[in-house]
Write a protein that binds this ligand. Structure first.
Ligand SMILES: [Zn+2]
Length: 239
């Protein structure tokens, strides 16, 4: 499960946890906020408290953890917190979809939007995958399959894996916008997966997308878009 720490918890607890993350610290906390969007997540609130590891209840979990490291590693590898992705969400009622023209013309009140559109890839040559850490998905420069120490999540058991990425144009009857997709969403776009993309390009940096573009053309699909302001208070958005 993902835990997000805010405000003063960033300087104290977050620092402590990240410095000790390879020891798999036991975290005991009260008054956390629980949200269920795209899987269960925890985050701190103003009144959250983290309990000292000297408490008996915490000690018991520390003992369990020390004798069950295999099990803990198994949980981490399974990444249960990533199971529910946007691509597995059910689309909403028809009237909840939005036209691309509206997405472009307004300061958007929300982050996520449903759109019916066709996808096109205008840039025929683009790098469609990159290497990431298997634990935190931060970019990595080591070779595929190599085990290494990740400088982002500090895991000493990170494996370099491929992640798909695509830059596309989405259009509906009103207009066209640029959008980028990574991971599972990009794989669905291109009807393939990251490892195949990497192997097909012979580990090189660019792929010839003629086949992929042919497959994508003229199919109307449902997209779940995240809108991010290009700059603070700007009316330009990235999707
Ligand atoms: Zn990492």
């Amino acid at each position: 499960m993902i835990l997000t720490l805010w405000d003063s918890f960033v300087d104290r607890e977050c620092k402590l946890f990240s410095e000790n993350i390879d020891k798999k610290p036991v975290i005991f906390a009260t008054n956390l906020k629980v949200t269920s969007f795209l899987g269960l997540k925890l985050s701190t609130k103003f009144r959250s408290t983290f309990m000292n590891s000297l408490f008996v209840a915490v000690q018991k979990w520390v003992e369990w953890k020390d004798t069950s490291l295999d099990k803990v590693d198994e949980f981490i590898l399974k990444k249960p917190y990533t199971k529910k992705s946007a691509t597995k969400l059910s689309p909403p009622m028809h009237n909840k979809f939005i036209l691309i023209q509206i997405l472009q013309d307004r300061l958007l009140p929300r982050k996520f939007y449903w759109v019916n559109a066709t996808a096109k890839m205008e840039k025929i040559y683009q790098k469609c995958w990159y290497m990431t850490c298997s634990s935190c998905y931060q970019r990595s420069s080591v070779d595929f399959g190599e085990i290494y120490v990740c400088i982002f999540c500090k895991s000493s058991n990170s494996k370099a894996i491929t992640r798909a990425r695509a830059y596309v144009q989405l259009s509906d009857v009103t207009r066209c916008i640029n959008a980028s997709a990574i991971s599972e969403a990009a794989e669905k776009f291109m009807f393939t997966d990251a490892q195949i993309l990497m192997e097909e390009t012979n580990f090189g940096s660019q792929a010839d997308f003629v086949d992929i573009i042919g497959k994508m053309q003229n199919i109307e699909r449902t997209f779940y878009l995240k809108a991010t302001q290009a700059k603070p208070n700007s009316s330009n958005y990235k999707f």
